[in-house]
Unconditional design. Sequence first.
Length: 174
Amino acid sequence: MKGHTADVQFTIRDYRASDFDRLWQIDQLCFPAGIAYTQMELMGFIIRRKAITLVGEVADVKADVRNGRAADIPSNGSWIGGFVVAVRLRAQVGHVVTLDIVPEARRSGLASRLMSECERRLRAAGCTQVYLETAVTNEPALRLYRKLGYEIVRTLPEYYSGQALDAFQMAKRL
């Protein structure tokens, strides 16, 4: 599943407690030390009152060629390709805490689908605005968030203090 893979099949579902270890591993894979969350931090966000944690499961398929025609058939089940955690901070304000996509599932549309469902749920909870932070050097994330309608509202100096790295705070009206 390297490069752009529009044919990837995935489902968005609610978080289950049995997902936690894998989600933490994904966070460690996606972000360097000083940016990645500790287990305690990540769990604190997930179990927070009014939190939304969505998991993207990728169908594991393999090619099957019969009668000269290729078709995808299920292989060994599915695997977690990414997740998003958001919280409702105030009555009308949501905050995307993290969006993590494993390298094998990037450019498949999974991040956009996770964000879309997350925003839908925030709207249903009464949020009219959502914001998030991303490192000023994270070009792929910046491209994604701009494509989804987020705008930079300010720079947060040394937001990632462990890395001495600034972040952009981005926002979107829902």
